[in-house]
Design a protein around this ligand. Structure first.
Ligand SMILES: O=C(O)c1[nH]c(=O)[nH]c(=O)c1I
Length: 312
């Protein structure tokens, strides 16, 4: 069976890679992803300057997933620009994605301009949905600000790029966001979903929040968000113009959920919580599990079933 796919006109040997933020802040982690069976890799969302991020504990696994309020810890965009400059695009079969998450539109413009000036084959995923920077409401929930940002950034990027979206929970929001995305010609993909923002995990015995930042409020990930993720993947798959793709992320803990993400319309699948918990060996497992599912169902490639979820 064939697990290959393409995003933004670039081919991936298989549909799996990390969700930005997980196993990708430092070069040593990115090297482990490169040496894993993932089909690609993406860097931690970068800001203009280095950021320590929020105080720990800031990530905790939960019975059905995870909660995090990392606070955008990253090495600063020049670290990732340098990594992207040194990446061996010729001999690595895996394309490189770079995530940018500026604290302002000006910062996003400055970072994008530097990447465009470097003229590299890496693909930009601009993060409109970080829920954990105190005092910074996320762009993904401000439709006018998001449209304005896209109208400023898309012409600078020129090449195909993507955006990381938060989960939406209202059909009117799916309609509104898809209408904005469809206006931007070189917006080649949307990545759905970022963590379900501002959940709260409390320990029953100690009667205390599990993470330190923001009174314990943080983004939810993992198994518990699978059905929200599938809905967002399918909603945008149904609404986006021909040629625009959806990368699915949220709740993939085995080949089965990866299959469901593709059935919902995903062209690639990112892994967050399960990668954090199991490590990069997870890519070998999830690949094998998906191959076995496809074999059992008689599918030879992802195109055979992508987006073909049936309704009653
Ligand atoms: O707290 C974070 O660093 C973080 N955490 C998330 O769950 N999603 C994001 O986009 C980010 I930038």
């Amino acid at each position: 069976v064939d697990l290959s796919t393409s995003i933004a006109g670039v081919s991936l040997p298989n549909l799996f890679f990390n969700a930005s933020g997980v196993w990708c802040q430092h070069e040593s982690e990115l090297k482990e992803l490169l040496n894993s069976e993932s089909g690609s890799l993406i860097t931690k969302s970068a800001t203009f300057e280095y950021r320590e991020g929020n105080p720990s504990p800031r990530y905790v696994p939960l019975p059905a997933g995870s909660i995090n309020s990392m606070g955008l810890p990253n090495e600063g965009y020049e670290y990732y620009l340098n990594y992207a400059k040194n990446y061996d695009y010729t001999n690595n079969v895996k394309p490189l994605f770079v995530s940018l998450s500026g604290l302002s539109l000006q910062d996003n413009v400055k970072m994008v301009e530097q990447f465009v000036a470097a003229d590299l084959p890496c693909i930009l995923e601009i993060n409109f949905s970080c829920p954990n920077v105190p005092g910074k409401p996320q762009l993904g929930y401000d439709m006018d600000a998001m449209e304005n940002a896209l109208k400023v950034l898309a012409p600078i990027v020129k090449k195909p790029f993507g955006i990381k979206l938060p989960p939406y929970f209202d059909i009117a929001h799916f309609d509104a966001v898809a209408a904005i995305v469809n206006k931007i010609d070189n917006l080649a993909f949307v990545t759905c979903v970022n963590s379900v923002g501002n959940g709260l995990a409390i320990d029953f015995e100690t009667e205390t929040a599990l993470i330190k930042p923001k009174d314990g409020f943080g983004g939810l990930g993992g198994a518990m968000i699978l059905n929200t993720a599938l809905a967002n993947v399918n909603a945008f798959h149904r609404r986006l113009n021909e040629g625009k793709k959806v990368i699915g992320v949220g709740g993939v803990t085995s080949g089965k959920e990866a299959f469901l993400h593709v059935l919902a319309g995903a062209s690639a699948v990112q892994i967050g919580t399960q990668l954090k918990e199991e490590g990069p060996v997870f890519f070998a497992r999830v690949k094998k599990e998906l191959e076995e599912i496809m074999q059992a169902k008689g599918y030879k490639s992802l195109d055979d079933f992508r987006g073909k979820v049936k309704t009653l």
